[in-house]
Ligand binder design. Structure first.
Ligand code: GDP
Length: 288
């Protein structure tokens, strides 16, 4: 028995790390835990690392409760979502949750652009070849700039950092070696069941405008501070400029230049009035 348990444990951990994976990111309160719980309920197998409170049977209680400090990954079956799918051959992948708190966001970025702890330089892209996409979840009901507690600024800031990390992953590996496999981004506009929620087209527009503003202020910051570090000298012009260099307006399609596909799709994890999560699930299973 001991041998069996031991073998099973080590076997599952090594196979888990090589499973195709989707990174779940987004600011706190976007609904990441709720989404993970819903996906797990409908297509899940098990959680890792083992959660202390797996009250899956009780409906009212979320299947996963985590302190948003410890990333949780859920093993899901891409061939199963509704009960009619259950007979199909299982196709496993991982959905890796990452903390949304501003101080802990490096967790998600480190998944996408892991750095060598000794040199601080990016590790080879082969280290990220299991990552098939990023699901960036946001709260569309508070995104409007006129919303009393607008989440636009902090949501766009996080998305800006994430897209820039992906752009660096592409551009900083170009010399001599081939480009890493692309990691597409799904911007999942959540809470569309609420009447204050912006539809996906407006979510896209507001985010592009805000990211454009952030891009300008960051580039001014670079010039004003007169940064003269060694690393800056090595970089090519425009390395820290997100999207098309020198362009006036930011648009998500500028990321195609770096082989990054960005899509905005609306949905809802909770509530009965909303469009649900099917669109996001479809995007995910097409990529794992
Ligand atoms: P996290 O910080 O990203 O993990 O967000 P949570 O999963 O904890 O969700 C934050 C809050 O938003 C919770 O109260 C959820 O019940 C609520 N929530 C999540 N998704 C939806 C949705 O689609 N519609 C509505 N109305 N509320 C939602």
């Amino acid at each position: 028995l001991h041998q069996y348990l031991h073998g099973d444990e080590s076997g599952s951990s090594s196979s888990s790390s090589s499973l195709p994976s989707i990174i779940l990111a987004g600011p706190s309160g976007a609904g990441k835990t709720a989404l993970l719980t819903l996906f797990e309920k409908r297509a899940g197998r098990k959680t890792s690392p083992s959660s202390t409170d797996e009250k899956t049977a009780s409906g009212a209680e979320p299947a996963l409760t985590h302190t948003s400090q410890t990333p949780v990954s859920v093993e899901l079956n891409a061939a199963s979502f509704s009960s009619s799918d259950e007979d199909r051959k299982p196709r496993k992948f991982l959905l890796i949750d990452t903390p949304g708190h501003p101080k802990l966001r490096s967790t998600a970025l480190n998944h996408l652009l892991p750095l060598d702890p000794k040199t601080g330089r990016p590790l080879p892209p082969s280290k990220t070849s299991h990552i098939k996409g990023v699901l960036f979840l946001l709260d569309a009901s508070t995104l409007s700039p006129s919303s009393p507690d607008s989440s636009l600024s902090q949501t766009a800031t996080y998305l800006y950092d994430l897209l820039l990390a992906l752009q660096h992953r592409y551009s900083r590996h170009s010399k001599g070696s081939k480009h890493p496999p692309s990691i597409p981004v799904l911007i999942a506009a959540n809470k569309l069941d609420l009447f204050t929620a912006l539809p996906a087209t407006l979510v896209k527009k507001e985010l592009e405008a805000e990211i454009g503003r952030i891009r300008v202020s960051r580039s001014k910051g670079l010039l004003d501070s007169g940064v003269k570090e060694d690393v800056v000298d090595e970089k090519e012009e425009g390395d820290d400029w997100l999207g098309e260099y020198g362009s006036e307006k930011f648009e998500f399609r500028q990321m195609q230049e770096f082989d990054i596909e960005v899509e905005v799709v609306g949905g809802s994890v909770a509530g009965t009035e909303g469009p649900g999560v099917e669109g996001w699930w479809r995007w995910v299973v097409e990529r794992v």
